[in-house]
Design a protein around this ligand. Sequence first.
Ligand code: URA
Length: 480
Amino acid sequence: MKILSIPPDFDGWRTEARQALIAGWSPAQLDFQDTTVPHPLALLLAPDESPDGRPFSRPHVPKAFLDAAQTASVHRDSQRWNLLYRLLYRLQTDRNLLSVEVDSDVAALHRLSAQVARDLHKMHAFVRFRKVDEPDPADPAQTAEHYIAWYRPDHRILHLAAPFFAERFAPMRWTILTPDESVTHDPATHQLTFGPGLPREAAPREDELESLWRSYYGSIFNPARLNPWAMRSDMPVRYWQNLPEMALLPHLIQTAEARVASMVTRQAEKPTAAPFVPAEHKLPVLSAALPSCKGCDLFLHATQVVPGAGSGHARLMLVGEQPGDKEDLEGAPFVGPAGHLLHKALEELRIKSADVYLTNAVKHFKYVKRGSFRLHQNPRTSEINACRPWLLAEIDAVKPRVILCLGASASKSLLGGTFALMRERGQIKSTPYAERVLATIHPSAVLRARDQQGREQLYNFLRDDLALAYSTATGPEKSR
Ligand code: URA
């Protein structure tokens, strides 16, 4: 057995792994040992062996492997380097290996990278900076603000996590300390400098920023969501020590009941379909109940409510804005001009109708009358919110793997009011409503484009995003 000591550094492993592949070392002959983990056998001299595997003079490293391997490489599992080498070695002769989800190496890779992704997500949410005044590096006679946080991630994720903070806190000098390593951001150069790890005591404890943060948290705290069990599973107790808002919790919990009562009174004034949505989320049950909805005023003027249509087992759900003139008259979604364009794109992509469910964020047509015409009007945010319980019930009934929002209203409903369609279209997001949601151009925006060039560009956006949504929905299930 040949022993290779690898520091916690992906590039170091990559160089060694490449040389091993070229020389023909088989995975069974190699032991990549993590230098951060004590190995009882580390001092044994490797016997003088020669490679018994197949040499690969020009190793092939698929991008999908590289991405997942880079994420998995920061996991603390001491066997990760061996796992990555086994996969890399096998990929040389089996290029489709990564799509074999039941393969134990592939499954292990997905497991490690999913655990790292979860750890990253937690770190992004739970790091809290404390302000320290210190001599300004540019002019030591002046003081400058430095924001410092201490955090203990499960894995060695600081290099992966730091760019998020650099973008979010670009104008600030900040440092994140972890037991393994630390990183400092310089706002003047936007450089990140990594250094050694530090104990918790090295981070400052209290400052005025915390009272600011606490009052902010107090104002956004939703007492109706108070669920200590869920809080514990979302945010394990060991993270709580970092969070200044935790000092507020006893008071917020005590007053939660009274605040819920006042929220309920205020909520009662907002239009909502919630009382009309049956508890049983099955498509026929929902369709039967929809015509009785008076959750907002739109039912007053529309000819009829328009339910969703398509397969109840669809893997892809397309959510439009609201029925148009033709849909309102026929009682079916996407049967007018925008619908024809959408179906054309679906056909071009050979997307099977059995794999798609079509619906709208708002179920009634909203319009103004101009002579004999009924002109479409965008729904208000309050109308989109009022109708959301129907959409959520449909999502629960169909359980699509992917939801594609068509246009701004559907995006507002499922991705929130700050979602920027043109900037963020085509990006797969995870939301509280569904694990994978993305948004694209509404087909009517293509029809409204000013000239042929604009029409082609918007149509290509729509078609590309549809293709991505469909391939994600029908591709192999990712391990989570
Ligand atoms: N536009 C939509 O958003 N939905 C329809 O059903 C028709 C046009």
